[in-house]
Each structure stands twice: as C-alpha cells, then as structure tokens.
Ligand binder design. Structure first.
Ligand code: GLN
Length: 307
C-alpha cells in the first residue's frame, strides 16, 4: 500500500467523522469501563509490508473485551482441533445480543458471542487458570509483537462483581455438558481474557498478522496456521459485530471484531490490519465512530473484499 496515500486517507476520515464525537454511550454494565474519557480516540493501520500509520491516543492501554474472543478461538482451535471445537459451539450468526442466553439452546450459536467464547475458553489447555491465562497473554504478546500487553486487574475485578449473566451462561453450558472443567475456572479465564490491556498498535499488528495469512510480518514464522486463520476470518465476517454483522459487512466489506471498551479490529486480507478505538457505543455494543471510520476507510482505499 502506498504509505503517503494511506496517511492522507486516514487523516481525511478522522476529520470527516468528527461529527460523531459525543455520539453514543460508553458501556456502564462493567463499572470500570465507565471511568474512561468517553472521547478518547485512536486509529492504527499496520500493513503486511510493515508500514504503520498511528493517530490519536497511541500509548493508551485499554481492555480487549470481546476482541479477545478471537484469541480464545484461535487457541481453542490449536489446542483442541476444529472438529472438537465445532462439536461444542456453532458457526452461525445470531440476531440476539452478545450476552444473551437465548441463542444457546444446546450450544452457543458461534464463538464470537459471550456463550461461545466461554466455550472456547474451556478448551484452552493448561494445568490451572493461571497457566492457561499466561498462555493467552503470551499469545497476545507474540501476535502483537509487543510486550506492552498487561492484565488490567481493576477491569477484571469490576466485571467479576457484575457478571451474573456470564456466570449464568457458564453454568447453563456446563449443565448441557458443553465442558467438564470447573465452571468458575472457565468463567474466570473468560473474564481475565476480556481484561487483557493493549494499545491500538498492538491490536492493529494482530489484525495485520491475520491479514498476512498468519505469517509474522517479518516473513519468518507462521504464527497461526492458514487453516485456523481461514476459520477465524470467516467467523469474524459472519458474526464479529454481533447482531449487526450482516449490515456491517455490507457497509464495510471485511472481517472485523469489536469489544465493549470501544475497540474494533478490521482485517483486509493481503493488505493490512486496522484498529479503531473510540469508547462511545451503539445499542449493539459496537463503537459508533469506529464503525464509521472503517466504512469510510474501506470506501476511500477500496478495501471491500467482495468488489
Ligand atoms: N467482558 C464483556 C462481557 O462479557 C465482553 C463483551 C463485549 O466486549 N461485547 O460482557
């Protein structure tokens, strides 16, 4: 990608979306998420040729929240294999909210809603929660090529105190024999994963590795197998933006994943990874300005994968 053109387009979309500053609300159901400056903002693009454009609050560390569902899915696929994973969790989008108990029935609809990510968390190997979580953090460090990955304990404690819905989902899944591990351990790992702190550059780098077919950006190491990347990107396209996934795919046209702290990552295969951060959300839990930026970038840089 032509870096000068990329920089110019990025600066244009930042300007053209300024009318959305102040639109939407930060998540408050996890009390700690309400303590951020709602108008924090960041945008990072990392290309597969290792060019990068970083704008806004580049140093700010925020919790991955549902973007961690991607890591959990990748690790479950690597640890347990495709067949095992999809015998426990479905592959279809759902019209219900990310933390709804409704799309579960016998198993979660897909791995990118809470019930599905609780399921994939149960498939991550390790002798105890500490070992499993350390492996997840290590994976995030390797994929983001950064050590600036931390555990945000205040976010974790805050969610742990208010997570009755996720606890209910976890016990329901356990009652359906979706997993046999200790339910509180599985829930604990899921919430810890959501509380991993990272900056926009780290997330855009993870997105770029996925855009690069799982190969490290220096071209030396296959960090994720192509098969696992294919599955992950397909599910991101189909279900990554919750009940807005179809509409979002029509407007933006590449696989993406959002989290309630306000981050969205977008993957443009063969080209680049993008991360937006803007904590004000719409009713589905997706960042209002982030979505618009991704749509405008897609249009101005011709990033739609379908046409
Ligand atoms: N930790 C959040 C939850 O379980 C993640 C949800 C999200 O980012 N959409 O509710």
């Amino acid at each position: 990608m032509d870096i000068k053109n990329l920089e110019a387009r990025v600066d244009e979309v930042i300007k053209s979306t300024q009318n959305l500053i102040g639109v939407g609300n930060v998540a408050t159901y996890i009390p700690e998420l309400a303590n951020v400056d709602a108008d924090n903002f960041g945008l990072a693009v990392v290309t597969v040729d290792r060019e990068r454009v970083l704008r806004g609050d580049t140093e700010l560390i925020f919790s991955m929240q549902s973007i961690s569902k991607i890591i959990s899915l990748i690790m479950a696929l690597e640890d347990a294999g495709e067949e095992e994973v999809f015998s426990r969790v479905g592959t279809e989008a759902t019209e219900y909210k990310f933390n709804s108990i409704r799309p579960i029935e016998d198993r979660a609809a897909n791995p990118l809603i809470n019930a599905g990510a609780i399921t994939t968390a149960s498939l991550i190997r390790g002798k105890d929660v500490d070992e499993r979580f350390n492996r997840v953090v290590e994976k995030v460090k390797i994929l983001s090529n950064s050590d600036e990955v931390t555990f945000l304990e205040t976010v974790y404690n805050s969610e742990m105190q208010t997570t009755d819905i996720n606890r209910s989902i976890a016990y329901y899944l356990k009652s359906k024999n979706i997993f046999s591990e200790d339910t509180e351990d599985v829930l604990d790992l899921y919430i810890r994963n959501c509380s991993i702190g990272i900056n926009i550059e780290g997330l855009a780098t993870i997105a770029a590795v996925l855009a690069n077919g799982g190969m490290s950006l220096d071209g030396k190491t296959q960090l994720i197998s192509k098969k696992v990347v294919k599955i992950t990107l397909a599910l991101m396209a189909a279900c990554g933006m919750y009940e807005e996934s179809g509409k979002y795919l029509m407007e933006v046209g590449f696989p993406s994943k959002s989290g309630v702290s306000g981050g969205i990552i977008g993957i443009v295969p063969g080209k680049c990874g993008i991360c937006t951060y803007s904590p004000r959300l719409d009713g589905s839990g997706n960042s209002v300005r982030g979505k618009k930026i991704l749509e405008e970038l897609s249009n101005s840089l011709d990033l739609n994968i379908f046409i």
